[in-house]
Write a protein that binds this ligand. Structure first.
Ligand SMILES: CC1=C(/C=C/C(C)=C/C=C/C(C)=C/C=O)C(C)(C)CCC1
Ligand SMILES: [Fe+2]
Length: 358
């Protein structure tokens, strides 16, 4: 199936307007959001945990939770089909099956479920970086499957593994909060991960992935500009996750980087939104997305409410509510990853590019 995505799809004056608008949304916005967070931490020091939780609270309505709330429309958009009952049944069934199965793991084996959450997010936040790097900067330096797989591994490792190296106590605190909801307080099984040896190994894994990802991208010999963007982002994100305490760092990264980039991709898939990008009407395109995402954002919150009632421990405090929110996100992320992986496959994100072909 021939379907052009991103900025290569139009010719003429609309192209440059779309290009500029997409650049502002997918690159400039995330850079400014994270750089100003890091600058604020460097100047004023780390805020209290309560303050660090605030971006997570905001992510319920802004970008974060809504970014997955149009999963039922994503595949129909990708296939240029209307959102028929069949599509709704497929995506709904997927959410029910995969979401429920994974939710059950949280109840029976919360520590394993937490470890799985880290692995799922590692993959998902890594895969989310491919589309901007492959489709939005032209020509891309990521021309082979190996280069793309390394990008997924390296990019996902930054938010999931660097905090373990730099802020083990915060990491352990979050792990304890999440599994604590299910009555488990003994985290001894995770001790080796937090030990100096465990953290050293984690640092070595990240360093190896970064170097390999940069080297393989450089060797492709094409797409120097996109390699520079990639390297700049890798260095910037490494420093960001080393400097900013992880609850705040991830609280900003999730809505303002991962979600904004996914939303950009969705706006380009949705013809009506893409037409607004062609006119430079970014806010109007985002408003349309917001309308489409509202019903299932509310639906997800209802599920999270059910989760709060179902967990054995009564979530009374702010940190407990944060823990319920994260477990809720974990549960809806499992099927969301399937939808995004499906989208990646139909989009040709895993299709290598031949030499000379952009
Ligand atoms: C907050 C936080 C952590 C985990 C966050 C995770 C795993 C978030 C996942 C969000 C997803 C999957 C969103 C959907 O796209 C860590 C790493 C334990 C470190 C301490 C702070
Ligand atoms: Fe996502």
């Amino acid at each position: 199936m021939e379907r052009v995505v991103g900025m290569n799809s139009r010719v003429g004056s609309h192209e440059s307007t779309r290009e500029r608008t997409v650049f502002r949304l997918a690159f400039l916005g995330p850079w400014i959001a994270l750089a100003s967070t890091a600058a604020a931490v460097l100047v004023f020091g780390a805020p209290s945990r309560e303050v660090q939780l605030l971006p997570f609270a905001v992510s319920i309505v802004l970008f974060g939770l809504p970014h997955g709330a149009v999963d039922h429309l994503t595949l129909p958009w990708a296939y240029d089909e209307p959102p028929t009952r069949r599509w709704l049944a497929i995506v709904g069934g997927l959410y029910l099956l995969v979401g429920l199965a994974y939710a059950m793991i949280w109840f029976v084996a919360p520590i394993a479920a937490f470890a799985l959450f880290i692995l799922i997010t590692w993959f998902h936040w890594g895969q989310g970086e491919l589309h901007p790097l492959v489709e939005l900067v032209d020509p891309t330096h990521l021309r082979t499957r190996t280069a793309r797989a390394l990008t997924v591994a390296a990019r996902g490792a930054l938010p999931m593994v660097v905090p373990l190296v730099a802020f083990p106590e915060e990491y352990r605190w979050v792990a304890a909060r999440l599994v604590g909801l299910f009555g488990t307080v003994d985290l001894a099984a995770l001790d080796p991960v937090f030990s100096p040896v465990g953290r050293g190994a984690a640092a070595a894994v990240v360093a190896t992935l970064l170097v390999a990802s940069l080297a393989v991208g450089y060797r492709s010999g094409e797409g120097r500009e996109s390699w520079l963007v990639d390297s700049g982002e890798l260095v910037f994100l490494s420093a960001y996750f080393l400097v900013v305490p992880p609850i705040l760092a991830i609280g900003m990264f999730f809505p303002c980087w991962h979600s904004v980039r996914h939303i950009t991709r969705l706006l380009l898939l949705d013809d009506a939104a893409a037409a607004r990008l062609d006119e430079g009407e970014l806010w109007s395109a985002l408003a349309r997305f917001g309308r489409l995402a509202t019903p299932l954002t509310v639906g997800a919150l209802l599920v999270f409410g059910g989760l709060a009632l179902a967990v054995p421990v009564d979530p009374g405090s702010g940190p407990d509510l944060f823990a319920v929110y994260l477990v809720g996100i974990a549960v809806v992320t499992a099927p969301h990853v399937v939808v995004v992986t499906w989208l990646d496959l139909t989009d040709g994100v895993w299709q290598p590019v031949r030499r000379g072909e952009h």
